[in-house]
Design a protein around this ligand. Structure first.
Ligand code: THU
Length: 129
C-alpha cells in the first residue's frame, strides 16, 4: 500500500460523509500494524458536539474489530486546504499510536506527511499515568 493509495482511499471515504451543517466532507483511511485498512468519514449531528470526525470513525471501526496497532493514517478534506487533524482527534489517536504517520490531503490528493508526535508534542498518553 503506497501513501498515494492510502490517500486515495481517504478521498473515496468522503462519499459517505454526513456533513449537512459544515458541508465539509472528510474521509480517512488507517493502516493497521497487520496491514489491514479501515476507512471512515465525518458524521455530523443536529446537536453539533455529537459529531464525529473521519479519523476517529476509521480508528474506532478498527479498534472495535480488535486492532490496536496502527502505522499510518490518511485524512482527506474537501477544499483546497490540506486537512489536518483537530485537537480532539490528535489526542484520540495518540492513545494508540504516538508514532503514527499522518498523511494530510486536500481535495485533489495533494498531501503532506508528518508524525502525530509533531502534531501533539509532549502528549498525554497511557505512559503518563
Ligand atoms: N473534521 C474531520 O472529520 N476531521 C478533521 O481532521 C477536521 C474536521 C470534520 C468535523 C466536521 O464534521 C467538519 O470536518 C468541519 O469541521
Amino acid at each position: 500500500m503506497t501513501d498515494k493509495e492510502l490517500v486515495n482511499l481517504a478521498l473515496d471515504a468522503r462519499k459517505n460523509s454526513y456533513s449537512p451543517y459544515s458541508k465539509y466532507s472528510v474521509g480517512a483511511a488507517v493502516l493497521c500494524g497487520d496491514e489491514s485498512i479501515f476507512t471512515g468519514c465525518n458524521i455530523e449531528n443536529a446537536s453539533y458536539p455529537c459529531g464525529i470526525c473521519a479519523e476517529r470513525t476509521a480508528m474506532s471501526k478498527a479498534i472495535s474489530e480488535g486492532k490496536k496497532s496502527f502505522s499510518k493514517i490518511a485524512i482527506a478534506g474537501s477544499s483546497d486546504q490540506i486537512c489536518t487533524p483537530c485537537g480532539l482527534c490528535r489526542q484520540f489517536m495518540y492513545e494508540f499510536a504516538p508514532d503514527l504517520t499522518v498523511l494530510c490531503s486536500d481535495d485533489k490528493g495533494n498531501f503532506t506527511e508528518k508524525k502525530l508526535n509533531d502534531f501533539l508534542p509532549d502528549g498525554f498518553g497511557p505512559e503518563s499515568l
